[in-house]
Design a protein around this ligand. Structure first.
Ligand SMILES: [Zn+2]
Length: 271
């Protein structure tokens, strides 16, 4: 048994049907279209710390490389700690860029010291997790901090184990039923959200429960930006402006079992 299976709430977290990468890309495209388009400086900029060229930010050094005015500023109702497993590169994280958007976001590389109090809630579908809607108003009002666990599915066990040892009565929150819009199907389940999606839905649910009804969709700003970049790359690869057409062609070729294995590999690399 994998260590994480000791903790996870299997009933809530059961698998959904698998879908193809192309279908998932289409779902993602529809979802991201609802969010405002992002126009950021297109050229790469040299990171002052590592001297490498990057667009928008260097996650390795934690440097924002564009003008702060060109990205949204988010006032969160509660602080957020992102516990990031150090075996995972920062560059792969969907959540870490949130620190550029809000001063209330802190990122720590696990293993690390952390202090939780009884008003700290860890966002994870733990066996003991509760839905925000099932907490009393008093409990909801008492929350001081959310903690998001940011790592691959396989690394969550180590973080959960450490929390369990340090705080056996730790409170956990689980989210209502959502599906991921990460653009490539991730083999586990559509219910496996990207960390930034989980963070976004958590604040949406909290806001609703507090009857503030604020929209925190700007938390998805860099998530959408990454999707836009991938879509652009696909367009270039396709040599035409219709990304849907490209995907459909790809699908058709697969159906006809004529897909060249090498091209497939390149396509998967792009998305
Ligand atoms: Zn750098």
């Amino acid at each position: 048994m994998h260590i994480r299976d000791k903790y996870i709430d299997r009933v809530t977290y059961k698998d959904t049907d698998q879908i193809s990468n192309e279908e998932q890309f289409k779902r993602a495209n529809e979802f991201f279209q609802q969010l405002p388009d992002i126009d950021l400086q297109a050229e790469k900029i040299r990171c002052p710390k590592c001297n490498q060229l990057h667009k928008v930010y260097c996650l390795k050094c934690g440097e924002l490389l564009v003008d702060k005015q060109s990205i949204p500023k988010i006032e969160l109702p509660l602080n957020l700690l992102i516990l990031h497993h150090d075996k995972e590169k920062h560059q792969k994280s969907s959540a870490i860029p949130a620190k550029f958007l809000s001063a209330q976001v802190e990122v720590k590389d696990f293993p690390c010291d952390f202090e939780f109090d009884e008003y700290t809630y860890v966002l994870y579908p733990h066996q003991n997790a509760k839905y925000i809607k099932d907490l009393s108003l008093e409990e909801i009002q008492s929350i001081k901090k959310f903690v998001a666990i940011d790592c691959t599915w396989h690394q969550t066990g180590a973080i959960l184990e450490t929390i369990q040892k340090k705080y056996p009565n730790q409170k956990y929150l689980k989210l209502e039923d959502y599906q991921t819009y990460f653009w490539r199907y991730q083999h586990h389940s559509l219910k496996c959200l990207a960390t930034i999606e989980a963070i976004y839905y958590c604040y949406q649910e909290y806001s609703k429960a507090m009857k503030q009804n604020k929209d925190y969709c700007n938390l998805l700003f860099f998530y959408k930006y990454t999707f836009q970049q991938i879509k652009e790359a696909l367009k270039k690869e396709a040599g035409n402006s219709n990304v849907y057409e490209k995907i459909d062609q790809k699908k058709q070729r697969r159906l006809n079992s004529k897909l060249n294995a090498k091209k497939e590999k390149q396509f998967l690399k792009l998305i």
